[in-house]
Design a protein around this ligand. Sequence first.
Ligand SMILES: Nc1ncnc2c1ncn2[C@@H]1O[C@H](COP(=O)(O)OP(=O)(O)OP(=O)(O)O)[C@@H](O)[C@H]1O
Ligand SMILES: [Mg+2]
Length: 311
Amino acid sequence: MVVAEQPLDEAYGPIRQLGLNIGLAAGLLGLAALAAVIGLGRISARNRRLQSAKDAAEAADRAKSAFLLTMSHELRTPLNAIIGYSDMLQEEAENLGDAAKRFIPDLQKVQGAGKHLLALIDSILEITQLEAGRMELHLETFDISSMLREVVTAVQALAEEEANTLEVHTAGALGTMRADRIKVRQSLFNLLSNACKFTERGRITLNVSREPRLPADWITFCISDTGIGMTPVQMAQLFQPFTQIDVSTTRKYGGTGLGLAISQRFCQMMGGTITAESALGQGSTFTIRLPAAVVNDKVERREEAREVTPD
Ligand SMILES: Nc1ncnc2c1ncn2[C@@H]1O[C@H](COP(=O)(O)OP(=O)(O)OP(=O)(O)O)[C@@H](O)[C@H]1O
Ligand SMILES: [Mg+2]
């Protein structure tokens, strides 16, 4: 019998190789585990840094909101005194005869500037409250046509300033809606006053209609003008707070660039939208769409929370 003699080294070669491979794999696994631990450590350190940066940014944002709310409130008090006293002095000048009457135009300018400043402060107060989530909805049921009459009366003088005509068209009976009347009125006023501001010797049209829908109807307010219009690039910046399309526009037309941002947030709070269409030199159309029966999410969420945790 011939026994094939295999040298010991050769017989154990594959086993040794296997052992080496296992050792190598174990080493690699160990290295991978170490790398994973180091990596995880780095990620959690980075997460901690991100979290503390986020906390610091939120704290700064809260401080900014608190500062703006207090400042706006503090500025209103002396301004109201200036407006009130200039009104009173105008009345006295009227009664004191011709010599005093020559002060009336100056007193009117003081009052006009005071009212303008008050409107700016009100806008800053509003956007701050909106961004801090402190703005509430006050829902009431009101007649749409009479609300429109109030807005149109307020905006008529602005339209005439630039020799524009203002037309209102309503499709069928508008009936009533349940919403925050002041916020609807203010949003319409902001859009209409923009239309008047950016149009000269042109036409401003307000079309209002009621769209039957389930579970509730929708009301559409469409404001068109034949004014300066906007480019697509300019349109992309609309609705950003403190954004006016260009510096020359700002210098020419004034304003703070808050009207659209505030109106959009008001409409969103009521479950609605504002959209815009425009072409440079060919006028603009802004459309507000609101549910005829607005639901107050904030109040409902508070009530749900109260039901879950009864005291
Ligand atoms: N109807 C419009 N036609 C042309 N440009 C418009 C029109 N409405 C808004 N814009 C542009 O959008 C910008 C932002 O409008 P927004 O109402 O927010 O601010 P504003 O009118 O400049 O200032 P504020 O409303 O705070 O007095 C305007 O400055 C203007 O450039
Ligand atoms: Mg405006």
